[in-house]
Design a binder for this molecule. Sequence first.
Ligand SMILES: [Zn+2]
Ligand SMILES: [Zn+2]
Length: 441
Amino acid sequence: MRIDHRADDPAPMSYDSLTACLECGLLQRIPEVPPGGSAQCGRCGDTMHRNRPDSLNRTLALTIAGVVLFIVANSFPVLSFEMQGRETRTTLITGVVDLYQGGDWPIAAAVLFTGILAPGLQLVLLLSVLLPLTLNRMPPWLPRLFRRVRTLVPWGMLDVFMVGILVAVVKLADMAVIVPGASLFALGALIFVLAAAQAALDPDLVWSRVPIAGELSRPLRRGEDHIACDVCELVVRPSEAMRDGERLRCPRCADLLHRRKPQSLQRSWALLTAAVVCYIPANLLPIMSVTSLGSSQSDTIFSGVYYMLDQGMWPLALVIFTASIFVPILKLLILIFLLLSVQLRSDWRPRERTRLYRVVEGIGRWSMVDVYVLTILVALVRLGNIASVQAELGAIFFCAVVVLTMLAAMSFDPRLIWDALEQGHVGDRERPFGAARAGSL
Ligand SMILES: [Zn+2]
Ligand SMILES: [Zn+2]
C-alpha cells in the first residue's frame, strides 16, 4: 500500500504529523500507516514509523516473560565440562569473575556489561515504563527511564554471546564432554523473547502519551526554524524548547536538543584513530594461551583461524574470520570513507552512503563473538596443568577495537551526509516538507 502526500503541501501542519528523519534530517509528514505497516523516509529510505498493533500489551507480556527467563539464565550453569573425571561448570557470572581474577578486568567489564547488565537493565526499564502506561498512569520519571532503553539496546549482545557459546562448545567437543545446562535453553529462549519485545515496541506510541511542557499550539510553517529531538522525535521551534542555562532541552523527553550530534566529526575521528591504533596490537599479540598436559601455546586471532582450518573446522574458521577479521576491517574502512566524504562535502550518492552507515551500525556488535568464546573457554577449561585457557593482552586490545568502533559509529551523524547537498542546492528557507511513504511490511 502506498499513500502519496504532496511534498510541497502549502498548508501548515500540526505537530503530531510532522517528524524529522533521524538519518537525513528532512522534515516530513507521516501518513496514516495501516496496522503492521511502516512509513519510510521519502529521501533516504530510513524507516520512520511502524504501526505495531496492540504494542503496549504485547511488549509488556514479552518483557515479563523476558524477566523470568533472565533470572533462570543467570541462576543455573550454562555449560559443564568433564575431562579426566573432573568437572567444571560455568554460569554467565562465573565466566566474568574468572576473567576478572585472571587480571583481565577490561574484558570482564565488557562481558559483564554487554552480556548481563545491558539486557537485564533493558528489561527492568521496559517493565517500569510499560506497567504504569498500561494502567494509564504517567509518573514523572517515566520519560527519563524510557530514554535510557534506546541507549541500552545496541549494547545488549545476548545473541552474539550465544554464537560465542556455540563456537566454544564445538571447539571443546574433541577434548572433553560438554553438557548443556538449564541456563543455555533459558538463554536461547530469552534471545527470541527480547527480539520479539523489541519488534513489538512502538516508541512513538509511548512518546505520544507523554505530556509536552509548555504551549505548542501554533503549527510550524514552511521554512520556519526548528529543532528535532533525537530521542522522542518531537519537532519544536527553539523558542519552545526548555532552557537549561545555555542549552536547550526537549519539552517532552527533557533530553538535550541538538541540530546535529555535538562535535560529531571530531569525536568520530578521535575514536576511530584510537580504534586503528588498537587494531595493530589486537592482531599481532596473542589473544589467548592454552595449556594442555604441561605444554603451553599462544594464539593470535590469525593463528586461531589457521588452526581451525588445519583441523578441518572450516565453518568455525569462517565464523571467527568474519567476526574478528573481516567485520572490524570493513567497519574501519566504511567509517573512514564516510568521515572523509562528509569532510570533503561530497554529494556522491548520499542514499547509498546512509545505507552504508546503517550497515556499520548493524554489524558492529558481531565482532564480540571471539571475546565471548574466550570468556567461555577461560571459565570452563581450568584444570591447571592438565588443561587451562588464559586470556592474553591481544584480547584486551581487540575488545577495545570493537567498543571504540561502536562508539565512533554512534558519534557519527548521518545527517551530515545530507547537509552538504542542501548547502549546495536549496537553502534551509526554501526546503520543502518531504513526504514519507507508507507501505506494508
Ligand atoms: Zn531520511
Ligand atoms: Zn524529546
